[in-house]
Structures are given as C-alpha cells and as structure tokens.
Design a protein around this ligand. Sequence first.
Ligand SMILES: *Cc1c(COP(=O)(O)O)cnc(C)c1O
Length: 436
Amino acid sequence: MAIPYRSTRSTPDTGSISFAEALLRGLAPDGGLYVPENPPRTSFVHISRGDTLPDMACSVFAAWIGDEISASDQERIVRDALDFPVPLVPLASKGGGPWSNTFVLELFHGPTLSFKDFGARTMARWMGYFLERRSERATILVATSGDTGSAVADGFAGQDRIRVVLLYPKDKVSRVQEQQLIAERPGVQALCVAGDFDDCQRMAKEAFVHPAFAGAGLSSANSINIGRLLPQMMYYVLAASRLPAENPWFCVPSGNLGNLTGGVLAHLSGLPVAGFLAAHNANDFFPRFLSGEDAGFAPTIRTLSNAMDVGAPSNFERLQALLDRPTMQRLIRAERVLDEDTVASMRRVYEATGYVADPHTAVGLEAVRRQRALGALQGPVVVLATAHPAKFPETVHAALGFEPDAPDRLAAIGAQGTAVEEVIPSVEALRPYLVG
Ligand SMILES: *Cc1c(COP(=O)(O)O)cnc(C)c1O
C-alpha cells in the first residue's frame, strides 16, 4: 500500500501522490512542499533499547513509505546509509549543577561531520532506487554556502544514475568547508563561482527553468525535499529509546527548520515528547513568530553559526501545514542567541563539564540554560549536536584557546585529490556541466 503525500498548498480536490513522486519532484508544481496526507501512526512500543538505528529506521519507514520499497531493499538501503555511531552523551557537571539531566546527541559522526549526513545519505539511496526502477537519470544541482553541499556531494557520490553539480561562492566559505566541497568524488563536479551565495542560488533557480537544460533531469536536494526529512525523525526515536525517563525535551539548533520538522513528524507519528526548543541565532523569525509578534521574514544576517543563517526558513510552511497555531505554541518554544552569547556558551559549558561544542550546538546549549533558569524545562533534555567542533577550528580557538582535535576522516579529506573549476556567475556557464 502506498502512503499518500500532498502539497502544503493543495486544496481538498487536488489529488495525492506517492512518496517516490514527492521525492523525485522535491518542490510541488504549485510551489508548496510535500507532507504526508495523514502522518502515519508508528508503534514505537515495539522499539526497544537494544535496537540499532537501522533496525528502528526499517520499522518507521515501513509506516511512512509503505510497500513502494520492499522490506529487504529498505533494509539494505538504511544499513548502508546510516552506518555511523550516534552517541548520547550525558552532560553532568560534577555534583549536579545546571547541566544535570541534560544530554548531547552527537549527530556529527557521519562522513561530513554534520547531521545533514543522515538525510543526504538516505535520500541519495532512495532516489537511486526509484531512478533505477524507472530507468531514468538525474542531475542534482545544489547552491551551497556550507554544510549542505558537502553532505549532498558525499551522500550522492557514486550513485549510478545520479550526478551532482555543486555551486559555491569563491572566498566565502571556510577553509574546512571548501576542502570538503572540492574533494574528488565519483559523479560530483564542484564549481567555484566568482560571486556570492546569492549568485549561486540565482544560477541554480535559472537553470531549473532554462529551456536548454530541460532534458538534463535536474533535481534538488535541499531540505525542501521530504526525502531529507524522514531520516531525520530517526535520531529523535533513538534518543528517546535510550533515555532513563520518558517524555524528553528536544533542543534543536535551527535555521531552515528542517531538523525541527523531522522531530515534529516523529511526534505526530506517536513519539512521546515534552516539547521542542528551537534555538536560533540572530536570524530570529521563528522566535518572533512564536512570541506572538507580528513577524515577517527578514534578510539573512551572517553569524558564527553560519549553517543557521536563514532569514526566511522554508520549512515554516510545512510546520504550519502540520500544526495549528495553538498546538505549535504549546509544543514548541524558541530562543534567540546572539554571537556574543554563543561564544560565552562554548566557554561556560567547557569550564563546567569539559565538553567542546561547535558554535551551532552552543546556540542550543545556551537556549537550554536560559529556559532551565526560568524553570521552564523539567525532566530530561536532549540537545542535538549538529556539527563537529573540528569544522569550526577558528571559532573554537577564539572561544577556548585551543583547536579541537580533527577526526581522521577530516584529515583524510585534506589529503585527497581535488576536483573544482571556476566559473563566472552566469547560468550559461553551467552548460558544459549540465548538457552532454
Ligand atoms: C543545517 C544546519 C543547521 C540547521 O538545520 P535546519 O534543518 O536548517 O534548521 C544547524 N546546524 C548545522 C551544523 C547545520 O549544518
């Protein structure tokens, strides 16, 4: 049985579509984002402490994707995609203190050191599976300013029917980020655009509607795609199964609100939670919205937690389609943490517990500290650690006075061959890479 999906902008008489169709289209033709017609109930009671992440993923995806992927193929896909550890680290300061009953869920042990590996790796294999059955090919075109690009390049590399073209702005990404983007990978071409991130995004948008590229099978892989979000439900389920008490709070360092939407989907599917805390940087549209201010989207502001620099979060439209406003305000709290407090948070947590947080995770930890101080968060709190501190050596050094240890897989990327070409900021420059 196929599970029906619909656009956030559909009307009662718009038909529904299959998961495969939603995955391959990405954005709906009416400009909306795909959501399940009714979030399927998952029986989480069958999930036990000893289960691995792939075990859990098989039973949850059976409810969300139905028989569009056979059980044995699904098992092969998730074992291959989700093959890295997900430690849940208790942040106990000696003698209790403000961090007792607070856990950090480290989502950065995948190949590119951010939580985006969960979505990108799984989605790549799902796409490869459906393209194979349809005898079709696709080219994934991504404009990136950081983490998305490397997770997508790595996740999709080597998929037979898919090639990837990455656009990133010259001199505008960090040293570590650039190394990860330009590493030589099968089927992946990185293009360094002599312009800024807005040029990259404009080129990608123009390419999607350009007549010369109509036959190129262009597709996108950012978090507007439902295929990125379903895998992100899984670590909420995993963390809840490993905690000593039920109904945890989840604190989610947020930008485009895709990660938070993954948690909300898991909850709508039956996962018991106390609530969610969305931790934002200076790009504070969502905290303003929840506090009841007449909030509008705002231009993007650059911060130290740059993967969360999103002025107009696209998954907000999904959250609105899934939750009415009173439910959203009951279920989700939000905080805004500026750069100064992000650095102070890295220091404070390190001094109290010895834990080295990256700037994105530090925004989450500061949001938790504030809400705990107000007495607003009771019981266990899980903070999602979205990136490895070694991705941000300059910021960690400025805050703590030393550079974090780089894991072997990061050092290996530095030693690998590179494949990058520079192009001018015009859609025409993409022709050799998209046609032929
Ligand atoms: C992408 C990213 C985020 C923000 O996630 P959203 O799904 O866009 O809200 C947070 N931290 C890191 C390290 C990221 O790469």
